[in-house]
Design a binder for this molecule. Structure first.
Ligand SMILES: [Fe+2]
Length: 333
């Protein structure tokens, strides 16, 4: 069978991901490191410790890896990545990433920056081409243990930076979207997933199903959460919310329809976000798990007690059910 053009960049990443012989696949999500190469040692130690404890098959970095230093050079970015990719690179564990708003603190061409990430042997991120906004959008197929089909997928979507930076042809200033005095689920001035990204996800997902012969259940990674996380926070019992919801939601400033697109496509079983440092809950809304992975970056404050990562466990015989739990840094330090 010929491979549809849409799938070609993604079907065969430089490291093929596969369920284990026993049918299991484990994913570890770290977000919000907020470090430079002058870093808090507990951040790196926690990443090493959690990976050692959980032995994941894939690590996802959910953005805001970096902090400040706008004039950083490629050499400085590489120095930083040498340090923070080491927990995966030294163990040969594949890893992928999406950018967060603070990854825009570096005023470096996005594609140059992405090429530095993708130069690491175990980095399996694959950037989208022109016509799809953002750089860190990806599809990662995970093959069945017998290598006969794609059994699961991980999608990454870029949530950009501030919505003020978005230039609309209509000239509308998006400040209006986040300066109303009473917003239903918190306040925000962050950008959102754009229509051409939704179109890319929907069309690529359809192509994957057609190529594979069956629908492919999936996990979706993005940095800034969607507004539906706020519905879960307002309805914790209805949504079986478990974990911390301590911080007001700072989601994308407009509801650009990601959640309804995911429901209509019917393949994404869980969405995981970073961005919120003191929220780490998992909830169930309309049959989709909406999860935060907390933050793994230590700041040397009392809030460091919350530092954690989120684990997803999938079985190839029942990919519609994803089990998830948190691992706190304090368990491994
Ligand atoms: Fe963020």
């Amino acid at each position: 069978m010929t491979t549809p053009d849409l799938l070609k960049p993604y079907l065969f990443p430089k490291k093929i991901l596969k369920f284990r012989e026993n049918g299991s696949f484990k994913i570890c999500c770290f977000s919000d490191l907020h470090q430079t190469s002058d870093y808090h040692p507990n951040t790196l130690a926690a990443m090493h410790g959690i990976i050692e404890k959980e032995q994941p098959d894939l690590v996802l970095l959910g953005g805001d890896l970096w902090n400040e230093t706008p004039d950083a050079t490629v050499e400085q970015l590489r120095e930083f990545l040498d340090i923070f990719s080491a927990p995966m690179e030294t163990r040969g564990i594949p890893w992928a990433h999406v950018y967060g708003n603070h990854d825009h603190d570096i005023l470096m061409d996005r594609r140059l920056m992405q090429s530095v990430f993708e130069s690491y042997p175990n980095c399996v991120s694959a950037h989208t081409e022109e016509g799809v906004d953002g750089v860190s959008n990806f599809l990662l197929p995970i093959r069945s243990s017998d290598d006969s089909r794609v059994a699961f997928a991980v999608w990454g979507l870029d949530t950009h930076n501030l919505s003020d930076r978005l230039k609309l042809r209509s000239g509308i200033n998006l400040r209006a979207a986040h300066t109303a005095p009473d917003l239903p689920y918190g306040t925000s001035h962050w950008d959102f997933v754009h229509f051409n990204q939704l179109r890319w996800y929907y069309n690529t997902s359809e192509a994957l199903e057609a190529y594979n012969g069956t629908p492919v259940d999936a996990l979706m990674l993005m940095h800034a959460p969607i507004l539906e996380f706020g519905i879960c926070m307002k309805n914790p019992e209805r949504t079986s919310l478990e974990g911390d919801a301590l911080e007001t939601l700072f989601s994308g400033s407009l509801n650009s329809g990601l959640f309804s697109t995911v429901l209509q496509r019917g393949d994404v079983r869980a969405i995981v976000s970073g961005h919120m440092h003191e929220d780490n809950f998992a909830a169930d809304y309309c049959g989709v798990k909406l999860c935060f992975d907390g933050a793994i970056g230590f700041r040397g404050t009392d809030a460091d007690i919350h530092r954690c990562a989120r684990i997803f466990e999938i079985n190839e015989q029942a990919t519609e059910t994803i089990n998830t739990h948190l691992v706190y840094a304090k368990e491994v330090l």
